[in-house]
Design a protein around this ligand. Structure first.
Ligand code: SF4
Ligand code: SF4
Length: 385
């Protein structure tokens, strides 16, 4: 514990002394649970006293720490990377064998035993992937990697992405195996399981040759681009794009022509894609390229976007709280005057949809790939250069 957390001690001490509390206002777990110990400040205070030997870690401490969604909004409010410190605290608690009362560890257990956090049959997913024919016969322009949420909870996402590429006459190859990228294990602090997944994925990519990967899950994107280097102790031998980056390029190259849609749409920045990876402009450019669409922003957008509440294992460990947090985000979208809430992560869509059901909202919630795939089949007017 001491080695893993020692580098955060100065930050924790400074935080306790300044007592500013800027991190609290939009921390989704603080807003949900209303105790200081559920904010970055509270968690850093717990860490400090654990490091100093004033507190012994127990299940109450673990409950506070594991209910952090890893959204990173406190990093922006504070200026220190507090979400990284809290994620390391999760790992330190696991190493000390201190677990929260909620069963977050089911995520790791299932990944270890079945290959995915949903405990579904990975071989069936691999069959589904092999059934999507490779486009064309020559070398493919893009290699599509579909993650566990797409395969087991949102399989239509595969059709949306491939339909878009077919409409753009872009050749693609679908990576034919279901291997969890390791994101769910990483966010609950299980660095060993995350490393095991990173090694499996890296070896599979290496043996099958793909070098340029396209993903439509923001969790996969962040994990490949930000976590794999430290998990495997070397820079990944492949590059990763999110589908929003690819679609944005295809539109700019006039390879995709979008039909019109007369709707007021708002965009939810997935924390993994926005705050953690800095991808804000591409999805907005795509929405602005749709004739008839009025893009409206929620009050909290881009780097200060509020979290949907699903991350860090919350969707499994505390599903009711995750949905209640999502309902606040849905409410914000309604207040912006949007009739459609679009995002770039199938996992966010699932939680936002649960949040909308909770408050009886009729707002349409969909991935940006779903929206674009509905419009590429329609004869749209060509974009002017
Ligand atoms: S904003 Fe930063 S320094 Fe201020 S209370 Fe929050 S974590 Fe501590
Ligand atoms: S990462 Fe998000 S949920 Fe966790 S303490 Fe920071 S603002 Fe709160």
């Amino acid at each position: 514990m001491a080695v893993r957390l020692a580098k955060y001690e100065d930050w924790a001490r400074a935080c306790m002394h300044v007592r500013c509390g800027f991190c609290r206002e939009n921390c989704c777990s603080y807003r949900q649970f209303k105790f200081d110990s559920y904010s970055a400040k509270g968690r850093l205070t717990l860490m400090y006293h654990w490091l100093k030997g004033n507190l012994r870690p127990d299940s109450t401490m673990a409950q506070r720490v594991f209910s952090c969604t890893s959204c990173g909004l406190c990093d922006i409010a504070c200026g220190y990377p507090q979400s990284e410190a809290i994620q390391e605290m999760k790992t330190a608690l696991l190493e000390a064998n201190v677990l929260p009362p909620e069963d977050y560890m089911v995520i790791s257990r299932r990944t270890r035993e079945t290959g995915n956090p949903y405990a579904e049959d990975s071989s069936q997913a691999s069959n589904l992937l092999r059934a999507i024919s490779k486009s064309g016969t020559g070398p493919a322009e893009f290699t599509l990697f579909f993650g566990c949420t797409e395969l087991f909870r949102s399989p239509k996402q595969l059709d949306y992405v491939t339909n878009i590429l077919r409409a753009a006459k872009a050749s693609f190859y679908v990576f034919p195996q279901n291997i969890c990228c390791g994101s769910p294990a990483r966010r609950i602090g299980d660095i060993e399981q995350a490393r095991a997944q990173a090694e499996l994925v890296s070896a599979a990519f290496e043996s099958s040759g793909p070098r340029d990967i396209v993903v439509s899950c923001s969790g996969c994107y962040r994990t490949f681009t930000k976590d794999y280097a430290s998990l495997t102790d070397q820079a990944p031998a492949f590059s990763t794009k999110h589908t929003v980056q690819l679609i944005d390029t295809l539109i700019a190259e006039n390879r995709l022509v979008l039909g019109s849609l007369s709707k007021r749409i708002t965009y939810h920045d997935p924390c993994h894609l926005g705050r953690h990876c800095g991808v804000y402009d591409e999805p907005r450019r795509i929405l602005k390229a749709i004739p008839g669409v009025e893009l409206v922003e929620m009050e909290w957008n881009r780097k200060i976007s509020r979290c949907c509440g699903a991350g860090g294992g919350m969707k499994v460990g505390r599903p009711q709280d995750a949905a209640e947090i999502a309902s606040c985000r849905v409410q914000e979208a309604k207040e912006a005057g949007a009739s459609v809430l679009v995002t770039a992560c199938p996992f966010c869509v699932r939680n936002l949809s649960d949040g909308a059901r909770l408050i009886g909202s009729d707002i349409e919630i969909k991935t940006i790939e779903f929206l674009v795939s509905e419009l590429v089949g329609i004869a749209g007017r060509p974009r002017k250069k």
